[in-house]
Write a protein that binds this ligand. Structure first.
Ligand SMILES: Nc1ncnc2c1ncn2[C@@H]1O[C@H](COP(=O)(O)OP(=O)(O)OP(=O)(O)O)[C@@H](O)[C@H]1O
Ligand SMILES: [Mg+2]
Length: 622
């Protein structure tokens, strides 16, 4: 690493500190005031100690008698100084702590808020481990130097005061100070420059280690069933080893510089004693002054280290801050419009796709052939059920994401009741459409909380109604605490089918006017699936239009229309019998699904998502 980058780090680091001070100016003022008070009192204490030695101890030794009055005065001065120093330290510590932790909390909130605002495309590019470490260790690292910052600022003031008082005392001693203090400062700067690349590397490796750890625990099922424990451990150990090496190199540098920083002030004291002895002989200074200055150098050694602490933390702070601001400055969130669909209208909504093109790469980077969807045009008329059928990877989930505006098309329009979804407010969109995703996500919370998600107007009656529609009321009622049962992280205590029905109930509880089911009932017994879909289609209470990604013939047969997609294009549309008769690809696919389904039936394992086809599941499915 060139020193240019290190100089950058110093500049950037100071800018990060500037930002911190701008955000918490009052607390910073309190902390710095405490620190300056402390610094000035340190100087004062040196002079009082000098006075005690020069005016009390030396005369006492010479005369053989102690001047009681002077001693009492000096003692009370030292006591007063100590009390005030305590006040200074208290103010500084309290202020610095408040400032550091407030900034941490504020930026944790900002980062996590930003995660939720950023589009799915951004999340696809960033691993969960990175997101965790951005919100956690990077935010912490960014504000580490805040803890010693007020101390360091107070110390700078103290150093200026010390040099000034040296000049008042004697120019020769002042020269010693002018040599030692800048040398200390320079040593600190060199230290932090050497530290910069090491700290940045360590911070990056911290994120990688937590990323790997997160992935292996998250994929514990795969790791275990595939017997990948030792490979995963090795992968983790390699990165953990890199982190260890990086941290050791940080420690080694610290080991070299810390003693130097410790020794330099002592050398200063030595120089003061040598120069001071000469000046004393010349009669230029008094014993009081010599002792004061020598003592001053001794007591300055510790506070000066605070400057080193700040400088040493700056590289880590800059590395952390850059990772945090990468999140805060990330763009691409989808701005919402200001159109509201009439909330009182409870009848089903009409979904329209008009010449929709979409690719997961940013639109300008589209190579020919990277488009996932092209010329997709279809309608789900109000109150109708449309089935989306197609081979794996055809773009069904992508169409589902577009319908609920998880992503926006590169070209073309997605409309709800004729309004482009980009023009709708977030609230109106959320109230109108609901997606039940292919992979159900359940929060580590109660059944009730998983269904209401704190949305207004969803009481227990609505929850039970939604559970009934999703055919989930049976198993929930059989749970030990009913709606209050905790479902475990990601719903691990539930079977795959139970989880699917819970997420379905969650979508239904909001009484959406358009329901998008992305293979949302695959882990459910076919009879139950048919019952659920039939229940959803039943008129009464407004009902909903349904776009359903379907595989089973029974499900497809329930649809008013089937849209058959292949490689991101709508190949055919019509009723199920029509497509069966006219589209060979469709007929093959549906027949293949059916055979697979029959085999599964024979094996009697309805819950393929997790290996928990327990008796409970069968019992409540009756
Ligand atoms: N996040 C993503 N980033 C890049 N490409 C993606 C992403 N998600 C899906 N794709 C690609 O888009 C295409 C369509 O995927 P999609 O998930 O829509 O298929 P699908 O029809 O739902 O398949 P399945 O039946 O297996 O669920 C696939 O080629 C897939 O590789
Ligand atoms: Mg899919």
């Amino acid at each position: 690493m060139a020193s240019g980058t290190s100089r950058d780090v110093l500049g950037k680091g100071l800018r990060v500190l500037g930002r911190a001070i701008r955000e918490q100016p009052r607390i910073f003022a309190v902390a710095v005031s405490g620190s300056v008070l402390f610094g000035l009192l340190v100087i004062a204490s040196a002079y009082v100690v000098g006075a005690v030695v020069g005016d009390v101890v030396v005369p006492a030794v010479e005369r053989g008698a102690v001047a009681g009055g002077a001693l009492a005065l000096a003692a009370s001065a030292l006591f007063g100084i100590s009390v005030l120093r305590v006040v200074g330290i208290f103010g500084r510590r309290l202020g610095a702590g408040y400032m550091q932790y407030r900034l941490q909390a504020a930026y944790r909130r900002r980062v996590t808020r930003r995660y939720l605002d950023l589009p799915l495309a951004w999340h696809h590019r960033n691993s969960t481990g990175t997101l965790l470490s951005n919100a956690n260790s990077d935010v912490e690292a960014a504000w580490y130097p805040i803890a010693p910052l007020p101390f360091a600022v107070g110390t700078l003031v103290m150093l200026v005061g010390a040099v000034a008082s040296l000049f008042v005392t004697d120019w020769a001693l002042a020269l010693v100070g002018l040599a030692v203090f800048p040398a200390l400062f320079a040593l600190n700067v060199v230290y932090s420059r050497r530290m910069a690349p090491r700290q940045a590397r360590a911070q990056r490796l911290r994120a990688e280690v937590s990323g790997i750890a997160h992935e292996s625990f998250d994929g514990a099922l795969v790791v275990k069933t595939m017997g990948r424990e030792s490979q995963e451990t090795a992968r983790f150990a390699a990165r953990a080893g890199d982190l260890r090496d990086a941290l050791i190199s940080v420690g080694r540098l610290r080991g070299v510089f810390d003693p130097m920083l410790e020794t330099l002030p002592s050398l200063g004291t030595l120089a003061v004693l040598v120069v001071g002895a000469v000046r004393l002989q010349q009669g230029a200074i008094t014993v009081t002054e010599l002792v004061s200055v020598a003592f001053l150098f001794t007591v300055l050694a510790f506070p000066v280290r605070a400057i080193g602490w700040v400088l040493a933390e700056l590289p880590r702070s800059v590395a952390g801050w850059e990772r945090v601001s990468r999140v805060l400055d990330a763009t691409g969130e989808m701005p919402y419009g200001d159109v509201t669909l009439d909330p009182a209208r409870r009848e089903p909504a009409t979904l329209g796709f008009a010449d929709v093109h979409f690719g997961y790469e940013p639109a300008e980077a589209h190579q020919p052939g990277t488009e996932v969807l092209g010329e997709v045009t279809f309608t789900v008329p109000a109150g109708k059920t449309v089935a989306l059928v197609g081979p794996t990877g055809a773009g069904k989930s992508t169409i589902a994401s577009l319908a609920v505006r998880l992503v926006d098309p590169d070209r073309g329009r997605v409309t709800l009741d004729g309004v482009d979804v980009r023009e709708l407010t977030a609230a109106s969109l959320a109230a109108t459409v609901a997606l039940v995703a292919q992979v159900p996500f359940v929060f580590d919370d109660t059944v009730r909380a998983n269904i209401t998600l704190d949305r207004a107007g969803i009481g227990d009656d609505e929850v039970w109604a939604a559970l009934r529609l999703a055919e989930a009321d049976g198993f929930v009622a059989a749970l030990p605490d009913g709606l209050d049962t905790m479902v475990g992280e990601r719903g691990t205590s539930l079977s795959g089918g139970q989880r699917q029905r819970l997420t379905l109930a969650r979508a239904l509880a909001g009484r959406p006017r358009l329901l998008v089911l992305d293979d949302a009932t695959s882990a459910v017994d076919p009879r139950v699936e048919a019952a659920i879909l039939a229940g959803l289609r039943a008129p009464g209470d407004g009902g909903a239009s349904i776009l359903v990604v379907a595989y089973r013939r029974a499900t497809i047969a329930l649809a008013d229309e089937v849209i058959y997609v292949e490689q991101g294009r709508v190949v055919a549309r019509g009723t199920h019998p029509e497509l069966l008769a006219t589209v060979p690809g469709y007929a093959n696919l549906v027949t293949a699904y059916e055979q697979a389904e029959q085999e599964r039936e024979q094996n009697r394992t309805y819950d393929e998502v997790t290996p928990v086809p327990s008796g409970l599941e069968m019992e409540v499915d009756r």
